[in-house]
Design a protein around this ligand. Structure first.
Ligand SMILES: [Zn+2]
Length: 176
């Protein structure tokens, strides 16, 4: 237990009843007063200066601990956060596509909201992050003997080749 466990979001001590309910302990008022007066005023000032971010974080942890759908609540909180562009990957997309005015922030976040199926979400995330383990990567890791395309065997298996320029993937796209 730390100091922040016995104060509210505004840095005030929990009252006697709230403290007992929160930790399911029996404590008489005298013990409560002894506890609250034993804490030096400097510590209380420090607590009052805790940043809003920290307070919000603590509040979120409280909410997650008390709700019945902790995973869903945590997930929603993470998804609501602003996504940032992975600069190196982003530059690779820009170099290839030569289009700058796409809604990139939406594109990077879309994979979390488009599909319910976890494997599809994972694939979409790997795709936009350019981390699909294709031969060009596997060859560097010495897990493949060649970096050439597994389908056409004529060009390096980059993400652009595999999904756009490979004759076989073109057949699949035209079939769809
Ligand atoms: Zn190919």
């Amino acid at each position: 237990m730390s100091m922040k466990d016995i104060v509210d979001l505004d840095g005030n001590f929990l009252d006697h009843r709230t403290l007992m309910l929160k930790y399911n302990v029996q404590m008489d008022v005298r013990a409560y007063n002894t506890l609250t007066t034993a804490i030096p005023p400097e510590w209380i000032n420090l607590l009052n200066n805790v940043s809003t971010t920290q307070k919000n974080k603590d509040n979120l942890i409280d909410i997650i601990c008390k709700c019945s759908k902790a995973c869903k609540t945590s997930y929603d909180f993470i998804i609501k956060k602003q996504a940032s562009c992975p600069i190196e990957k982003h530059n690779s997309w820009l170099n290839y596509l030569q289009i700058d005015d796409l809604p990139w922030n939406t594109i990077y976040k879309t994979c979390f909201g488009t599909f319910d199926e976890v494997k599809l979400k994972q694939f979409q995330y790997f795709f936009v992050q350019r981390i699909i383990p294709l031969n060009i990567f596997l060859f560097k890791c010495k897990l493949k003997d060649t970096e050439l395309c597994s389908f056409c065997n004529s060009e390096r298996e980059t993400i652009e080749h595999f999904f756009w320029t490979c004759p076989l993937s073109n057949c699949i796209w035209s079939f769809l």
